[in-house]
Every structure is written in C-alpha cells, then in structure tokens.
Write a protein that binds this ligand. Sequence first.
Ligand code: FE2
Length: 376
Amino acid sequence: MEANHALISNHTSQIDFLPLQGTDYVEFYVGNAKQAAHFYKTAFGFQSLAYAGPETGMKERVSYVVRQHKLTFVFTTSLRTDNEIADHVYQHGDGIKFLALKVTDAKDAWIQTTKRGAKSYMEPVVLEDASGKVVISGIHTYGDTVHLFIERNDYHGAFLPGFKQWESDYNPSDTGLLYVDHCVGNVGWNQMNKWVDFYEQVMGFHNILTFDDQDISTEYSALMSKVMSNGNGFVKFPINEPAEGKKKSQVEEYLDFYKGEGCQHVALATNNIVQTVTELQSRGIEFLKVPSSYYDELLDRVGTIDEDLAPLRKLGILVDRDEEGYLLQIFTKPVEDRPTLFFEIIQRKGATSFGKGNFKALFEAIEREQDQRGNL
Ligand code: FE2
C-alpha cells in the first residue's frame, strides 16, 4: 500500500490516470419522475430526450431523461417499495444519486480507481442495442452518491441502451443553460479532508482552492470548503463540511434533512445570466435575495463590468472578481420540500474561482431562510 501511494503521487503531476471528458449526466432518484421531468422542462427549459420503463422492458422503475444543450438530467422512480431506489427516496427525499462522468474507457476508469481504494458500485458492463454499444462502470463516493463512468464512443441512440426516444408535444423553450460547471458535496463533521484525499488519491484530482471558516463565516454559522478539480478542469467537485458557529451551519441543516452526506448544489453555466435568470424567474424558480445595499458598493469591489447594474440588482445576481476575470452567479432556494438540493446559475467572464467575495452576503441570505424554517 505504501509503495502504491508513492507511485500515485509521482504520477499525478505527470499523467492523468483518469481522463474525464466532462459530466455525462446527473441522475436524481425521486418520488415521482413523471412530475419531476415536467417541472424541469417547464421551469428550467429542458427538452424531452428519452424514457425507460415497463414499456421498454424495465419492470421495476421508470426513468425520464431531459436535455438542454450539454446538460442531461435523468429522473428515476421505483414502481415498487423494496429496492435501492425506493429506499433512497425514503431516506433522502428527492436527491442526486449519480454524478455520471464521460470517459473514453469505462473499464480502465474502474480498474484505476478501484485499485486505488474506491469501493466498487458496479463492475464494467457492456450495454448494446441497435444503436451501438455503451460501457458503464461505477464507484461509490460520499454518502449514497455514486460516480458512474460512461463510455459511449460508439453509441448513436437517444440516451442509453434500454431507453427509447421520448417525443413530447409539450416543448417549452430553453432558458440558456449550457453545461454543469461544478457539483458541490456536503459531508459530515471533520470529513472534508477524507474526501479531499479520496478525490486526490483515487480519482487523481487536485485541490485548486480552499476556504476556511474565516472565509465562510457569518455572525452565526460557518462552513469549510475545498474545491477539487480533475486534470483538464472539466470536472470540479467542491467539498463542504460544517464548522462551529454560534448557531447551526447550513451544511448541518442539509445533513439533518438529507439524512447524511450528499450533493448540495449543481452549478449550471449560462452565457447570458440576465436573460437566463429573467426567464427562470418568470417560470416560477425562486432565488435567494441579498439586500439591495449589496449593489451600492458592488462596482467599488469588482471594478468595471460589461453588464448594467439595474438588471443585476433587480434579479439579485451576484458578482465577484479574481485575478483572471469576473463571474456572475445566483442561487435558487431549495428546489424540493426538504431544505437540501438547490442550483446555482453561473456565468464566467474569465474568472475560474467560486465567488468568495459573495459568501458573506449569500450566507446571510441563506440563514434568513434557515431561520424561517426554524433550523438556525
Ligand atoms: Fe457553487
């Protein structure tokens, strides 16, 4: 094991043993996939892509697949009570089960990660239909969350073998959401560094940014975060853990209601955040609001930006700058009944960071919501 470790650390700076081409899809286990898919089509502007269920030979479950540009979401519900999907929903409420990563060799991805200590979720399997071949393997990460490795070099079907194309007469227009920018995991007390080690040693990621409780604390609550990135930067997983504050950390509230560790938010990229957020708000998506005073000193803090201030203030869009440029971001309220999963909408204009300058204003907004739920 020791020799193995030495080998790994020598190699991480030279070759990428787990080359990733990006996020393939995000799959949610939910109580009602049909209605979830409708919500994501209506409110977020996804389009119908594929379906699997009893009609396609899957007796125990249904899955609806929706897509918007390079974003693919899958919503899966169990038709029975006694299986992994039903248990997951009972335990966690609606939540993210799979963060599926696109690879050129799913068998090798599984071999490389499991030999470095990953717990296998599924050994490589080959799925085939008339449209070609897909290879899938998977490993466990924090909580009940799983990384699948998807190799679809030779596949031309709608989504995966076993799915049929989902043609719908209901096709709301898109909202300009393009791809997954990052997915954040919430882990338990003192577990952040364990998962940082996992992403470094098992998946060959590196730590590109660290926020301690001094960076991310308000009067009341605190958290710590480390951002892990794969070699080419296509896949970024920040990991949060709660920190001691006067009152309950937002990460703790998540852990309580999700009943464990899991994915806290997915950041979705857009090229025009004002247009995207205007559209999302008009379709009923609710966002966290910072006080209007945030905008009074904004330009002093971030310097000149291309956007007019008025729409940013009206919509509640936040701005932050780093050495490379600036970014605009906004966070939805939790999208489900439990205060767990939410989304970030992000537009990067050069900046590669995560909006540290906004943390205080943002977390105070989160705490106001937490307080209203009686969980602060
Ligand atoms: Fe984020």
